[in-house]
Design a protein around this ligand. Structure first.
Ligand code: AMP
Length: 290
């Protein structure tokens, strides 16, 4: 059931755990949707997925410093808590967890959570330390919010796979659910970072989706060579003068190991910079396509 009332904004870990324990003791199922705020329809779709699997939804809003590299956009990352709370009110969130950095990283802390192997390629290669920051904060959020389920977007496919592996390996007892990628009408995957794009870059950024779309057609037409497939996707993106490709890779959907031949389930994933703004997108090649 959606709850149209104002979400409760909680800032402390202890209060969040109390709230969740009480909900659980009343027999409610609790879902957690971790975000960094600057919410858009992609985030809101994850809240709706949460309500399909639970009857109480917690959305965390925390721009996590440990997942940003020193030269990345932590300081200028967009932040607008009151606008986010208003959007969440409309989709019916019970709790918004918006901690400070000190609350999430108590003074003197010295514990990291690091998932190996799955974090070695794709975004892990170009953003060293990024996933260690993600898994560390998500582990803390899991312990603070104590949800039955947690929802992550397929847009950050590697993040979803890494968090799923962490939840399994550390026996969190939390089901990690993926939500489909929500796109703008022209195909660009929604992202808080799209706001950084100049009009020229924004127009050229549709090449990511176009390249994935073309690649799917090539696979449907029988192409099985991963290198040829990635080369075709690169060619499409390189038509855009502002595009600087970080990677285009075909990997196994579960292990994220690079594939030479297209074998389902596989993921074609890419990351491209436009005037310094790094965008990612991917498509799952499942049994129907391959
Ligand atoms: P972020 O606020 O960028 O850290 O994203 C929070 C969550 O929303 C992550 O699980 C993302 O994968 C997910 N997400 C971001 N953009 C989209 C999108 N366009 N469609 C679906 N999920 C998304």
């Amino acid at each position: 059931m959606l709850n149209p009332t104002e979400p409760l904004v909680i800032k402390s870990v202890a209060e969040l755990s109390r709230w969740s324990d009480e909900a659980r003791s009343l027999g409610r199922r609790v879902a957690l949707v971790p975000t960094m705020g600057a919410l858009h329809e992609g985030h809101l779709s994850l809240v709706r997925v949460g309500y399909r699997h639970a009857n109480r939804v917690i959305v965390s809003i925390f721009v996590n410093p440990t997942q940003f590299g020193p030269a990345e956009d932590f300081a200028r990352y967009p932040r607008d808590l009151s606008k986010d709370v208003e959007l969440l009110r409309k989709v019916g969130t019970e709790v918004v967890f918006a901690p400070t950095v000190e609350e999430m990283y108590p003074a003197g802390d010295s514990t990291w959570v690091d998932v190996e192997r799955l974090t070695g390629n794709l975004c892990g290669r170009s953003r060293p330390g990024h996933f260690r920051g993600v898994t560390t904060v998500v582990a803390r959020l899991f312990n603070a919010a104590r949800p039955h389920v947690a929802v992550f977007g397929e847009k950050d496919y590697q993040q979803l796979a890494v968090v799923r592996r962490m939840a399994r390996d550390l026996a969190f007892g939390i089901e990690v659910i993926g939500g489909s990628i929500v796109r703008e009408p022209d195909g660009l995957a929604m992202s808080s970072r799209n706001a950084f794009l100049s009009p020229r870059a924004r127009a050229q950024a549709t090449a990511l989706h176009a390249a994935l779309h073309e690649a799917r057609s090539l696979v449907r037409g029988g192409m099985r060579d991963a290198a040829a497939l990635c080369a075709a996707a690169r060619q499409r993106i390189e038509k855009e003068p502002l595009a600087e490709i970080d990677y285009v890779e075909l990997v196994d959907a579960e292990t994220l190991e690079p594939q030479r031949e297209v074998r389902a389930p596989a993921v074609l994933a890419l990351a491209v910079r436009f005037e310094g703004t790094r965008l990612i997108d991917n498509t799952l090649l499942s049994g129907e396509t391959v």
